[in-house]
Write a protein that binds this ligand. Structure first.
Ligand code: PAF
Length: 314
């Protein structure tokens, strides 16, 4: 199976290296020529959870030099939300109309609406993963935690014959992902799954970013507990208003994620510490937009949104 991983951050490098190990024909499409050159020369160094380090060879290119005549079976889009530019959307649309399927791994919501209609609904898939990975260099990746990956149609309201083809292709990819060591299920409810993860991220990420603390520290403060709960409840109100059913145990799952990733810096804190813009617009910002469209106020999300925006500018 031919797979392009567009985006060579932590998730992109993890997927690319492990899929290549499982026998897929993988090309990594990086954002910079320097990174592509490193991958070309040294391969991807994958530090597995047991500590073994493997050097994995894959093909590589940069986004602006993607071979115009090639169409892979799958494009795994792993760039951050803020890097889904108009140009990239047009490029993804072109490849998908030529036969590729696109699977999007972004945190948060909003990207599906930006990719469609350039990318036809019948070829646009959504992935939500809880695999843990840390990028340690331009071509070095550590697999830090096993998780669960769910994939499925992003816009399931497609004609039955197209839905049948989509499901067949998704099952084939899920088989490959499972063979690569990622526990993967095909779902027909990706929007709901993405919202459940969105809510966790919209509580953990801004608080750890503002306080500059590790995920586990959120659980050690009595002062923070009511703030976390209020963020959660406001988010749950926005979900209910949008017609999304949340997992009934989601609050406990959120606390569990803090425990299991206690020593991690959230991706939002990592972005701030590295001077990058964060994904706040597609997490709390997206929740605020959804709520605003339904005349619902989320004052605590508004406050953390503004605080993170202020920190981005410093
Ligand atoms: O964005 C992140 O960092 C992760 O999704 C999570 C769950 C908050 C753990 O660090």
């Amino acid at each position: 199976m031919q797979v392009w991983c567009v985006g060579a951050g932590s998730v992109g490098l993890l997927l690319a290296s492990k899929l290549a190990l499982a026998g897929a024909d993988v090309t990594v499409i990086a954002r910079s020529e320097e990174q592509a050159e490193q991958i070309r020369t040294n391969g991807i160094l994958l530090r597995q959870q047991e500590g073994a380090v493997l050097d994995i060879r894959v093909q590589t290119s940069v986004i602006r030099e993607m071979n115009p005549d090639q169409t892979p079976n799958w494009i795994l889009l792993t760039v951050k939300q803020q890097h889904i530019t108009e140009g990239l959307v047009a490029e993804m649309g072109r490849r998908c109309r030529a036969g590729a399927r696109l699977l999007c791994f972004q945190n948060g919501i909003g990207h599906i609406e930006r990719l469609h209609p350039d990318v036809p609904a019948s070829r646009l898939d959504w992935a939500v993963t809880t695999e843990g990975a840390r990028k340690e260099g331009p071509a070095t990746i550590s697999h830090t935690g096993r998780g669960l990956t769910r994939i499925g149609s992003a816009l399931p309201e497609i004609p039955a014959n197209e839905a049948e083809i989509a499901e067949k292709e998704q099952k084939k990819l899920a088989e490959l992902l499972n063979a690569a060591g990622f526990v993967t299920f095909v779902s027909n409810n990706m929007r709901e799954i993405a919202w459940n993860k969105l809510l966790m991220n919209a509580v953990i990420n801004p608080l750890t970013a503002i306080l500059e603390c590790r995920n586990g520290e959120l659980l050690n403060s009595e002062a923070l507990a009511p703030l976390m709960r209020t963020l959660y409840e406001e988010g749950a109100d926005a979900a209910a208003a949008a017609g999304i059913r949340l997992h009934e145990d989601l609050w406990n799952q959120l606390l569990d994620v803090c425990r299991k990733t206690a020593n991690n810096h959230s991706s939002m804190l990592q972005d701030l510490l590295a001077g990058r813009t964060t994904e706040i617009d597609w997490l709390n910002g997206a929740l605020l937009a959804e709520a605003r469209a339904r005349q619902l106020a989320l004052p605590t999300h508004e406050a953390v949104y503004r605080l993170v925006k202020a920190k981005e500018k410093r």
